[in-house]
Ligand binder design. Structure first.
Ligand SMILES: [Zn+2]
Length: 236
């Protein structure tokens, strides 16, 4: 293999590593997860709001229920006292007046309880609906998290293998040339060499001047001029 071939092999190895590293941080599953997490945050906010709206209405409903129970118990007790009573007329009249009053209160209390119940129901349904919407999203989220972890682990394995291959390819180069390559690589990343494709450096995409293209074409074997823009070694 020529020096150019060795250099190209190292460039390809670095470009592979760059591609796989990019894949690792740009998985389509990650895009979906980000969108899903945004959606879940919105649902959580709606849920909190719906629950905050529901709480006082439910409390009022429960209070009305308790008041109804209290009045019913009181009415039953008065009823019993009246039917078993041996009291005089004045006391009986007083008991009947109170019973009448308790029954009126109970009627109003029942109306109120029903009113509160009707207010609770749609709010309860709103809370349930939000939970029902969130449920599959939560399941999808954990599915995506698992898939991402798995994919990243397999890409990490691939990166280890590519790293070994890179080390082997780098060791095939003469130290001086490797130093030039690594210098450019450290400065600009991705790879330390590039090719000219249709008059452009395929490392930084800049168009080379006709003069530079002529220089590149005429360079003696094994000299490797650098790209005037990114400084990568330009392969013949
Ligand atoms: Zn360039």
């Amino acid at each position: 293999m020529s020096e150019t071939d060795d250099l190209r092999a190292l460039m390809e190895a670095d470009r592979w590593i760059d591609r796989v590293t990019g894949q690792k941080t740009h998985l389509p599953e990650m895009v979906e997860l980000t969108a899903l997490e945004g959606e879940l945050r919105g649902l959580l906010k709606s849920l909190n709001e719906a629950q905050a709206t529901l709480a006082p209405v439910r409390t009022a409903y429960e209070e009305a229920q308790r008041e109804g129970d209290r009045l019913r118990t009181r009415a039953e007790s008065l009823d019993k006292t009246l039917s078993n009573s041996t009291a005089n007329v004045r006391e009986l009249t007083a008991l009947q007046t109170e019973l009448q009053h308790v029954r009126e209160l109970l009627e109003r209390s029942d109306d109120l309880e029903l009113e509160h119940l009707m207010a609770v129901e749609p709010l309860d349904e709103a809370v349930s609906a939000i939970k029902a919407t969130a449920q599959p999203a939560v399941a999808r989220r954990s599915g995506l998290q698992g898939a991402i972890a798995e994919l990243q682990a397999s890409l990490d394995d691939e990166l280890v293998a590519l790293g070994q291959q890179r080390t082997e390819r780098a060791s095939a180069l003469a130290p001086e040339l490797l130093a030039r390559y690594e210098g450019a690589f450290t400065r600009v990343g991705t790879s330390g060499a590039a090719q000219i494709v249709a008059g452009h450096c395929d490392g930084c995409r800049i168009a080379l001047s006709p003069l530079d293209v002529d220089r590149w074409k005429g360079q003696p074997e094994g000299t490797f001029m650098t790209c005037p823009e990114c400084g990568r070694l330009l392969l013949p």
